[in-house]
Design a protein around this ligand. Structure first.
Ligand SMILES: Cc1ncc(COP(=O)(O)O)c(C=O)c1O
Length: 418
């Protein structure tokens, strides 16, 4: 039977390709064979916990022991001579960020959204914040307008990201209008082609503008992000890595030519996928990572093989068909159909593992086809791994931190607006 023909009554529901485990680019996490119940010991324990203590609707779980393991991997790679900068958008919860910064012993954060910047300034009055993308100058103005009574001093604690000469002039205009001083960090294009200064000459021109207006502007460093190295299994000697570092050095020389000391500046780069490459390199002194702490499936990549999945959507089963009502002769992994509470998240099924192709997706109740081996009941939970963290983590209300099989804390997430 053709897939489409079995969807007769499901008009208006989005149909997607299979989200089964086979679609991973890199599959370092061998799944242990599920027991006949449908869950291995790890997920069976979470299932019991949620049936006992859960709220009865989809929730986002964080495994704190696994998070700690992942943080320790990152700090080991960053080493002593460099600073670990925690990517706020990928871990969008104040208590989660407090947990990560305390364990990693860092105050450096990377922020990508004005409402998160204001929330960060309030919750982390000691932080050093580097913006991860250039903000419209009106967003910078909104930040200053909304900055409440906090110890946080933007003149020394925010590094605004500047990607072009025009934006530099806009920020200079804002600093003059507001009568304050701004630190500027320059986004440089090290090969990603996502904007930023393309040539070292452009940096020299920008540095001249800053040098001529010390009352309002100062230079805080460079940011050169290089996720295009992901998937190359690259080490430090890989030609693409050499290219990135060569470009970075070209910009550093312009800092030196302008009498700036690179050692006193923030020379940022990397992300979770690539941070490990630089263990023995000191071109950059400030390395970012966020997602590698919680490990959504998009981060099952080469340099993160030692990290452990720590983030799961858990959702109750509402209904069970012990046969497949959509197919006369279903394949082995589609013998029965469960309906889960919600669905259509950016996520892949983690447990049970014996799941078939997607029948259709619904944000209300999604059908999940499984093999006949799975023996979960209504009110048991299924577990999915988000493909990414930054958006998905905001969809479930408080995050449930889990330690030793218990819900140890409820961690609120950031508000998208405000
Ligand atoms: C500028 C910049 N740095 C670093 C990161 C890395 O974040 P993560 O470690 O969550 O991939 C990102 C992600 O988008 C980014 O845009």
């Amino acid at each position: 039977m053709k897939r489409r023909s079995l969807l007769g009554g499901a008009a208006g529901l989005a149909v997607t390709a299979g989200v089964g485990p086979g679609s991973l680019l890199w599959a370092p996490f061998a799944r242990s064979k599920a027991k006949s119940s449908g869950h291995d010991a790890y997920f069976a324990k979470l299932n019991e916990m949620l049936k006992r203590d859960g709220p009865g609707h989809p929730v986002m779980l964080l495994d704190t022991a696994r998070i700690n393991h992942n943080i320790d991997r990152i700090t080991a790679s960053v080493g002593d001579g460099k600073q670990y900068r925690v990517v706020v958008k990928s871990l969008p919860s104040v208590p989660l960020l407090q947990h990560v910064t305390q364990r990693a012993k860092t105050k450096a954060l990377m922020v990508f959204h004005q409402p998160f910047l204001n929330a960060t300034a309030e919750a982390f009055p000691e932080a050093d914040v580097l913006m991860g993308k250039p903000m419209p100058v009106t967003a910078a103005r909104t930040f200053y307008d909304k900055l409440g009574n906090t110890k946080f001093d933007p003149a020394s604690q925010v590094q605004w990201l500047i990607d072009s000469h025009d934006r530099l002039l806009q920020y200079q205009g804002l600093a003059r209008t507001l009568g304050l001083k701004m630190q500027l960090n320059f986004e440089i294009d090290v090969g990603l082609r996502r904007g930023g200064l393309a040539e070292p000459e452009a940096l020299s021109a920008a540095l001249a503008v800053v040098a001529a207006d010390p009352e309002h502007l100062s230079v805080s460093g460079l940011m050169g992000y290089e996720p295009h190295l992901t998937g190359q299994q690259a080490d430090l000697n890989h030609p693409e890595v050499r290219k990135v570092l060569g470009i970075y050095h070209g910009f550093i020389e312009r800092l030196q030519a302008a009498d700036l000391n690179p050692e006193q500046l923030t020379l940022n780069g990397a992300g979770s996928h690539t941070l490990k490459i630089y263990e023995k390199d000191d071109t950059m002194n400030d390395l970012s990572a966020g997602s590698g702490v919680v490990m959504p499936t998009d981060f099952d990549t080469y340099h993160l093989i030692d990290h452990r999945p720590a983030l799961f959507i858990a959702t109750p089963i509402l209904k069970r068909y012990t046969h497949n009502p959509f197919m006369a002769e279903p394949p082995a992994n589609m013998q029965q159909v469960y309906y889960i509470y919600g669905g259509y998240w950016k996520a892949k099924m983690a447990s049970p593992v014996e799941v078939g192709d997607t029948i259709y997706q619904s944000t209300n109740q999604s059908p999940i086809a499984t093999s006949a081996e799975v023996n979960l009941e209504v009110d048991d939970y299924m577990f999915l791994r988000p493909t990414q963290s930054e958006f998905v983590m905001l969809q479930f209300g408080d995050l449930l931190a889990v330690s030793d099989g218990e819900i140890s804390a409820r961690w609120p997430v950031f508000h998208q607006t405000g």
